[in-house]
Design a protein around this ligand. Sequence first.
Ligand code: URP
Ligand code: ZN
Ligand code: ZN
Length: 473
Amino acid sequence: MKKIIKNGTIVTASDTYQAEILIEDGKITQIGANLPALGAEVVDAKGCLVFPGGIDPHTHLDMPFGGTVTKDDFESGTIAAAFGGTTTVIDFCLTNKGEPLKNAIQIWHDKSREKAVIDYGFHLMISEINENVLNELPQVINEEGITSFKVFMAYKNVFQADDETLFRTLVSAKEHGALVMVHAENGDVIDYLTKKALEEGKTEPIYHALTRPTALEGEATGRAAKLTGLANSQLYVVHVSCADAVERITEARSEGFDVWGETCPQYLVLDQSYLEKPNFEGAKYVWSPPLREKWNQEVLWNALKSGQLQTLGSDQCSFDFKGQKDLGRDDFTKIPNGGPIIEDRLSILFSEGVKKGRISLNQFVDLTSTRAAKLFGLFPKKGTISIGADADLVIFDPNSERVISAETHHMAVDYNAFEGLKVTGEPVSVLVRGDYVVRDKQFVGKPGSGQYLKRAKYNTNSPLTKDQTLSIN
Ligand code: URP
Ligand code: ZN
Ligand code: ZN
């Protein structure tokens, strides 16, 4: 079915202009004025901006963690994502030591296949390196199209990998064309500090933050960056929360290392004081890395503006307050880490970033979509509005106002970490490969309609992985 989008203002990472978009067979086939619209359904975008669909490079859907499983699965999670203007997620596939990687990937396909309403890919967690893993990695890249690996430097005795594993993953990724992602916190020292806090009877949520100081994120970020330089490889630091980590990334980039950084809405808007809310409410704000002292927010915003951080992920990892977060009522180390954000990633960045003059409209598109497409092997099929691209499009009303609330959100979880935050700007309609998933703020998609994305390899020499943000304004 043909569609034509009329009367909107197209915004990409580099341009803002008025034009019509013709969609045929799920692809953008023409962009211009007075396009031939015979037989095409008209999508009226009057008064709206038209963005490429958001790409969320960091989600945990249907993931076992902290003695429970995230509340949002690939159905509720991707429905909520679509309402928020995200048309692609890249989710973290967990692996088990001693088991073939292909088994883990199969489990993630089974979780997602009949549920996703938007397109999706996987990053693969690497927790050990041995001959079996090394032999499987080329297959993972070439056959599964999984071209990014995740190494956790924290969560001791759970997900944490040692430095040898990180280094050898970096070497292998360089050889075969993948991007290595790290959760950068010093898990060994955190383990010591948390045990000590518990011994001293410090059990409340705030101790989650106090036992994970910024120095430990900075140290791990710097270590990962140095190992990347030594391996002459490539690194993407997920969920950067503080100035210490931004400094290490900036330093590495100025030395010419291929290092990228992502932050998340929670670190831009919320702060450590939220963990002190009474009646255990602080547990709603337990993320790792933790929320930081407020002054770090300005550093993060500046890093987004200057291009030292290049993407905004949600780190969607939702747990109910009742029945899940309260596993840690008497011991903060048992509070499942993470929160529900997949739905409001674009609205928060638009409202707090573009509307408040902290970033430009084109940077907004780069941060929420284009850059992730380039780094994770999806560009130009995804992440931009151009002829031949998938018609993943967001019709966005820049003036609509709403208050974020669990009462109205579409995630399955029983609270919203941004409850009460007033935001300006929200998606009205969202299309994935030319089909409406959200139409006039109503869900019209179908579970199982989302397609698995095999992604292209990471190529250090490609213009897609060169730094262009600084020239965008
Ligand atoms: O607290 C967080 N970030 N939970 C999700 C898992 C992770 O570390 O990304
Ligand atoms: Zn993490
Ligand atoms: Zn995460």
